[in-house]
Design a protein around this ligand. Structure first.
Ligand code: CP
Length: 308
């Protein structure tokens, strides 16, 4: 097995196009494996993985756990809400106590940007970032790009518009890095208040009008409005957001070409995307979730190669 250029997966910024291609080729094999009647393989037997979730998750948590079990790893799960974190235990103490139980790899979601990197410098285990604040969500970007690749082939020259709350989105940042490393063109679209000021430094196009962004792109990745982070008013009302940035069937059908629609989930149906779009033939939302397992198996398998 060839190794990735990194020991931990902390962000897409840290890996190169060869790493991404290696992950995709490995995921192709695993996707075939998990569609067989016998889905389990012994690749990570004797590897113990702790899934530490300090923030809520449905897709990422279940997908990592299933990926680990398909590879025959021993798995332990930790949710901050039901742990001694509420009694004041620090992140390092929590993780070192878990590692004392002989854990090899840690998959961690945390509300603070940089938490996974911090951990990688202080504990002796392979760390995979499952989302750190508004920073990065590397496996989401990998599964998104893998899903586009499955549909269009080579991502070189593919035009992807990321629409919505770019400011608070770790999915947006990881997608921008991943798509650009694979040669795709990226545009962001949303209200000016939800576009970060540094966005031009990332080499992406910025388009304030949804219809223009959709006419430009081959793929629209519709982001969730992060209702839990709207303590400040970033737009006048949800109704106005829906009128300007909500994707509905009428807009989709009136475009001059057929585009692909994606969404990382969880969806706010009727806000960033209507149900008839989310459930349409053009939507790859459930393929993204399906591919998440194979892509995460590939990441775990390739990083575990450095442990064995
Ligand atoms: N896409 C994503 O990260 O979803 P969860 O928050 O449910 O894991």
């Amino acid at each position: 097995m060839s190794a990735l250029s990194v020991k931990h997966l902390l962000g897409i910024k840290d890996i190169n196009a060869n790493d991404i291609e290696m992950i995709f080729k490995t995921a192709d094999t695993f996707k075939e494996v998990i569609n067989r009647p016998i889905k389990k393989i012994p690749s990570l037997r004797d590897i113990t993985i702790a899934n530490l979730f300090f923030e809520n998750s449905t897709r990422t948590k279940l997908s990592f756990e299933l990926a680990e079990k398909r590879l025959s790893a021993d798995v332990i799960n930790f949710a901050a809400s039901s742990s001694s974190v509420s009694k004041g235990e620090t992140l390092i103490d929590t993780v070192n106590n878990i590692l004392a139980m002989k854990v090899d790899m840690v998959v961690m979601r945390h509300p603070y940007a940089g938490a996974a990197k911090f951990l990688s410098k202080h504990v002796n285990a392979t760390i995979i970032n499952a989302g750190d604040g508004a920073h990065e969500h590397p496996t989401q970007a990998l599964l998104d790009a893998f899903t586009i690749r499955e549909k269009v082939g080579d991502l070189k020259g593919c035009k992807v518009a990321i629409v919505g709350d770019i400011l608070h989105s770790r999915v947006a940042l990881s997608n921008i890095f991943c798509l650009q490393k694979l040669g795709a063109e990226v545009m962001v679209c949303g209200p000016a208040t939800l576009i970060p000021k540094y966005i031009h430094e990332l080499g992406v196009k910025v388009e304030p009008e949804l219809k223009k962004a959709l006419e430009w792109c081959d793929v629209a990745n519709m982001l969730r409005i992060q209702l839990e982070r709207q303590d400040i008013k970033f737009f006048p009302s949800l109704r106005e957001y829906v009128m300007r940035y909500g994707l509905n069937k009428e807009i989709l059908n009136n475009l001059s070409k057929e585009i692909i629609v994606m969404h990382p989930g969880p969806i706010n149906r009727g806000i960033e995307i209507t149900s008839d779009v989310a459930d349409s033939k053009q939507s790859l939302i459930l393929q993204q979730v399906e591919n998440g397992v194979a892509v995460r198996m590939a990441v775990l398998y390739l990083l575990a190669g450095a442990i064995k």
